[in-house]
Design a protein around this ligand. Structure first.
Ligand code: MTE
Length: 323
């Protein structure tokens, strides 16, 4: 890890790279990697010069390309849309509320507790939690259950690698993720919109799947508050509400955890929440979606386009009952 002090001339989280520049940079890196005859990961070559990424002021970590596969019609969503149009009920119910109301939220210092059915539980400073891991650039589609979607270049770590350090026991069957509870900084937590704190959960094999990640950045910059700073879950084949933001506790459990949206409206928000164009939400069709920044709606893909990677985890499962 290279350590350096962040300079005031460095770009702030809001000074983001335009999409075209970002995509061209990736193409340049892919070409450079190919010239060096390096390893293929997704459709981008690894082994190229790592891109710099400030995970917190004062730290610079090396980032290597991870999952980069996009469909023929996918383009990375312009950062402005991803920063301005959010769901983060802790900051209010409207799409502009998280950006408008998260200015007083302090994502540093930050601790994460990992507990429950594991041999090595602990509460770690975020930097210590992240330190042993290699950061990766991964580009994923994110499909909200409300039928909007985005394509985001995340920076983060493998969730499986993070969890393995705490040595889950054989009795652990699920993983529970808890968002921070700070009503003084999160005005939405003073309302009864949800039972706070926000909780989500995955079956252990889902959490251990190579696509599951903990993101600490996006578009090559530290996560913005409205997008879940300083660390959030990203599970790209599931509806966006599974990807809990601003996580402070991760627990291994034997029983399926009670989760926030499922508790609030059980017939609309299932525990599984796998993206499925054939199973409608109680109030609307899930057959298609609106990609932010695009005019025409597009068909929604089974498992959000990740069926090849994840469908086998649900073989034999009734996907209508287990929505
Ligand atoms: N995490 C918390 N803690 N609170 C929330 O309200 N909303 C979820 C998810 N994570 C939410 C959350 C929903 S519904 C979606 S679609 C995604 O965050 C949106 O992520 P984005 O705003 O970064 O695009």
């Amino acid at each position: 890890m290279l350590i350096r002090v962040k300079k005031t001339s460095d770009p702030a989280a809001g000074d983001i790279t335009p999409e075209s520049v970002y995509v061209n940079r990736r193409q340049f890196i892919a070409a450079a990697g190919a010239a060096l005859g390096t390893v293929v990961i997704g459709d981008v070559k690894a082994g190229d010069a790592p891109a710099p990424f400030d995970v917190s002021p004062g730290y610079r970590v090396q980032v290597r390309p991870g999952y980069q596969k996009l469909g023929p019609t996918d383009t990375v969503t312009i950062p402005f849309s991803v920063f301005a149009y959010n769901n983060f009920a802790e900051f209010g119910p409207e799409k502009g509320d998280p950006a408008a109301n998260s200015g007083n939220f302090n994502p540093r210092p930050w601790k994460i507790a990992v507990d429950g059915l594991c041999a090595k539980p602990g509460t770690l400073d975020l930097d210590d939690f992240l330190k042993p891991h290699t950061f990766e650039d991964r580009i994923y589609r994110l499909r909200c259950t409300e039928t909007w979607s985005i394509v985001v270049p995340w920076v983060g770590i493998s969730l499986a690698a993070a969890l393995k350090r705490f040595e889950p026991l054989g009795s652990a069957k699920f993983v529970r993720f808890e968002t921070v509870l700070r009503p003084a900084e999160m005005p939405g937590q003073k309302t009864s919109a949800l039972v706070w704190p926000y909780v989500e959960g995955l079956r252990l094999d889902e959490a251990m799947h190579p696509l599951s990640m903990l993101a600490v950045g996006m578009y090559g910059q530290v996560l913005t508050n409205q997008n879940g700073a300083p660390i959030r879950l990203v599970v790209p084949w599931k509806y966006g509400f599974k990807s809990a933001k601003s996580i402070v506790r991760i627990s291994f459990t034997e029983v399926q955890p009670t989760t926030s949206w499922n508790l609030r409206i059980p017939n609309e928000y299932g525990f599984w929440a796998n993206v499925n164009p054939n199973v409608d939400h109680a109030r609307w069709s899930q057959a298609n979606e609106r990609r932010l920044g695009e005019f025409m709606r597009r068909p929604t893909l089974m498992y959000n386009g990740y069926a090849d990677e994840v469908a086998s985890m649900y073989a034999g499962m009734d996907l209508v009952k287990n929505f």
